[in-house]
Ligand binder design. Structure first.
Ligand code: ATP
Ligand code: MG
Length: 334
């Protein structure tokens, strides 16, 4: 069996209600060992509740979950040693320095003084915090706190890491640094469950996706599979002669394909975007272009973006979902 065929996180029928609110309403998911599962969903979808249940911080009303071979309900202590958690809100002690924070967590995890110091220094180095190691976390920027938080979740070398919106409120450069660290961890064999509202983040990191909304899984699968399932593809055509653009567009439109009303002419790029819903349509459009003999500089098919996938499966615009919570100030987000 390949390593990737083993399941590191298996969740079945997980339910958690808060009064009338069905935070989790029967969630099933799996994460293969050594991969990243992206859990996407709008505000209030149940992402943080899921992470809390899987880290023993919240007791589910029903369902089962096995993480790194530990039953979440029956073996909470063993489980806590196998996981790392970077919460949506930072959990560092602001009065302590970065190094003290990491040292303290190491000690809590039963590392010897020497090992706790060594591990703290190693992680401070890796997260580019060595220079700020002795300053109180209170003085850290949002991005530095986020990195400290991520470092803290890794002290115990967890087999499974939960990252709950790890880059909310970070600038693009810091976000990229966090992504690099996550990739590094996965390359070392960790399994990651990542919740996010950023399509780009899911696209960058996730092998598979689960889309949740109102406590339920509404779509899931490999990133490309999901994209292919949601929308048709787009055929991108760039005539060798920019002057031919309109003529090519007219030819496609005249062909009377179902796809034709959606043809878009991108003058600046010199491209034509033709939505195609089936292989048959694709063959028809390509055949037609060949028959007319327009010389082409480029032809390719593209899958819909994750934004479009999200929109299609939740009926929400991701921007709107994010905006519902209002802008998150960096101090709060980090
Ligand atoms: N401790 C709690 N008491 C009552 N209701 C709660 C509690 N925690 C979560 N909820 C509710 O459960 C639902 C799911 O919340 P959750 O925090 O899991 O969503 P989320 O997907 O993480 O959202 P966001 O993207 O805003 O972080 C929401 O309606 C929320 O108000
Ligand atoms: Mg949340």
């Amino acid at each position: 069996m390949r390593r990737n065929d083993r399941i590191a996180v298996e969740v079945r029928g997980l339910v958690k209600h808060y009064g009338e609110t069905k935070a989790l309403d029967g969630v099933d998911l799996e994460v293969r060992e050594g991969t990243v599962l992206g859990v996407l969903g709008p505000n209030g979808a149940g992402k943080t509740t899921l992470v809390r249940c899987l880290s023993t911080l919240v007791r589910p009303d029903a369902g089962t979950a096995v993480v790194a071979g530990c039953d979440v309900l029956r073996e909470p202590r063993r489980l806590r040693r196998a996981i790392g958690l970077t919460g949506q809100y930072a959990s560092v002690d602001e009065k302590l320095s970065g190094r003290e924070n990491l040292y303290m967590i190491g000690r809590l995890l039963d590392l010897s003084r020497r090992d706790a110091r060594r591990r703290a220094d190693e992680l401070l180095e890796r997260f580019s915090l060595a220079e700020a190691a002795h300053r109180p976390a209170l003085q850290y920027s949002g991005g530095m706190r986020r990195r400290l938080d991520l470092a803290a979740s890794m002290i115990g070398r967890p087999a499974v890491l939960y990252l709950d919106e790890p880059t909310t409120g970070l600038d693009p450069r810091t976000r990229n640094e966090v992504w690099d660290e996550v990739r590094h961890l996965v390359a070392e064999g960790a399994t990651v469950l990542l919740t996010t509202q950023y399509m780009e983040e899911a696209e960058q990191l996730a092998d598979e996706l689960t889309v949740v909304d109102r406590g339920r899984v509404i779509a899931g699968g490999a990133v490309d599979e999901l994209k292919a399932r949601v929308g048709g593809r787009t055929l991108v055509v760039r005539p060798a002669e920019p002057a031919h653009l309109e003529a090519v567009a007219a030819a496609v439109a005249q062909a009377g394909l179902d796809a034709a009303p959606g043809v878009r002419v991108l003058r600046e790029e010199g491209e034509l975007h033709v939505p195609v819903l089936s292989d048959l349509q694709l063959t028809a459009v390509v055949g037609l272009l060949g028959d007319r003999g327009f010389p082409l500089a480029h032809i390719s098919t593209e899958l819909p973006s994750l934004d479009e996938v999200f929109l299609a499966v939740t009926g929400l615009r991701p921007e709107a979902a994010g905006a519902a919570a209002g802008p998150v100030p960096e101090e709060v987000a980090a």
